[in-house]
Design a protein around this ligand. Structure first.
Ligand code: SF4
Length: 408
């Protein structure tokens, strides 16, 4: 019987320490006189670190609510406050957690998320983040600032980069007022340099999955991505990914795969189902099928960051992400990924409360199949609301899909 538990990495112990220190810093921030900025996951975090803020990411907190399976019970509290059950379940579970005073951070000896002094969003991913942050701005009586990035972007041209870059730059003055200090341009360049190093290493980590067998899977990556999301701009993230990359390279050299006896390779398109990572990961292990790559984990690669041109390069990097591009760009991206990672089939997760990350809804899956001749499967579920997910049905569908692939 194949194993149902993933082989862990040696470096995961270090990961716990690094992430633990990050959260401990957040918890001590106010007592140490530090200001806290809340930032969306693909917001201008570098600017916030450079201004001396502690930076906290509510989406990371929401993912923790999902992974700890606290989310589903908390969502109705936000629904009662007027947030529809149909909108982002990161938003509704996070707001529910706030209303109930519960948080997975309490297990880390924090009282909960640190109070914000300012909230900064970027609509490159969706409108929900703005509504989410505006709720807290009203609750805490603090400013909510943001960048409005267009969606369904084709070419990243000068006009777009100038438009978004100008908005990021115009955040400086109101943020300085909250931070109580002036922006040091040299410090901003330094933070962007560190962020670029983090992102380059994270890309190299993910790229090791192009090997056969793959030394890591999507399920490993949803854990390992923590520093790339919340600590880009901090040296600790760079140091961590150097260690992880060394361990992955050693796995590759020794021919060790994340999935023992890997037979098939799948691309995961869409959000993780946070509360079901371990059972899904276990099922793929049993099926000797590795989910080798995903749009989601690759979304924290910001190759365009350039310390020599902070604002325009941030604009370019944060407007180039998959989620805010048009379908033609998405198709070209996925075609490259399917080739690079030697993928046998594509799994689309249609997440009920995140249309922004559910890319099967406008015929993309069919077009990709026609173009690449690779089978695909759509599973219906959600990132955090497990009432929208049928475990039995999904398991059966995945089994049938893998069977189909193995005959291909
Ligand atoms: S992209 Fe989706 S999951 Fe993320 S905040 Fe927006 S609606 Fe929620």
């Amino acid at each position: 019987m194949p194993p149902t538990e993933r082989k862990d990495f040696e470096t995961t112990k270090k990961l716990r320490e690094v992430m633990g220190n990050y959260f401990a810093d957040l918890g001590r921030g106010a007592a140490e006189g530090k200001k806290t900025a809340w930032c969306t996951s693909v917001g201008p975090a570098e600017l916030l670190w450079a201004l001396g803020f502690n930076v906290y990411f509510p989406e990371n907190h929401a993912a923790m609510l999902g992974a700890s399976r606290m989310a589903t019970d908390l969502i109705p509290l936000a629904n009662a406050r007027g947030f529809s059950p149909d909108i982002c379940s990161y938003l509704t579970s996070d707001v529910g957690a706030y209303l109930k005073g519960e948080s997975p951070l309490q297990k880390m000896k924090l009282s909960g998320p640190p109070k914000p002094d300012v909230l900064v969003f970027n609509t490159n991913q969706c409108r929900d983040v703005k509504d989410w942050f505006q709720f807290y701005a009203r609750e805490f009586g603090v400013p909510c600032l943001g960048v409005h990035t267009p969606r369904s972007i084709g070419a990243i041209d000068e006009a777009l980069v100038g438009y978004v870059g100008g908005q990021i730059e115009s955040l400086v003055s109101p943020l300085e007022a909250v931070a109580g200090q002036k922006l040091d341009p040299a410090r901003l360049r330094e933070v962007i340099g560190i962020s670029k190093q983090t992102t380059t290493l994270w890309k190299a980590v993910l790229a090791t999955a192009a090997n056969v067998p793959s030394p890591l899977s999507f399920f490993d990556c949803t854990v390992q991505m923590g520093p790339a999301v919340v600590m880009r701009g901090l040296k600790e993230a760079v140091e961590y990914y150097k260690l992880l990359l060394a361990e992955l390279n050693a796995r590759v050299a020794a021919g060790v795969g994340s999935v023992e006896g890997e037979r098939l390779r799948i691309y995961w398109e869409g959000m993780p189902i946070w509360g079901k990572l371990s059972s899904l990961g276990g099922q793929f292990l049993q099926l000797k099928t590795c989910v080798v790559a995903s749009t989601y984990c690759n979304s924290w690669i910001f190759e365009d960051l350039d310390p020599a041109d902070p604002f325009l390069s941030m604009a370019k990097a944060y407007s180039s992400i998959f989620i805010c591009r048009g379908d033609d760009r998405k198709e070209a991206y996925m075609e490259r990924m399917v080739g690079q990672f030697k993928v046998d089939g594509i799994l689309y997760h249609d997440a009920k409360t995140c249309p922004n990350n559910s890319n099967n809804r406008y015929g993309l899956a069919q077009r990709m199949q026609k173009k690449l001749g690779k089978p695909y499967l759509v599973i219906n579920g959600d990132l955090n609301d497990l009432r929208l997910y049928s475990e039995e049905q999904t398991r059966t569908n995945i089994e049938a899909f893998v069977e189909q692939l193995s005959q291909g």
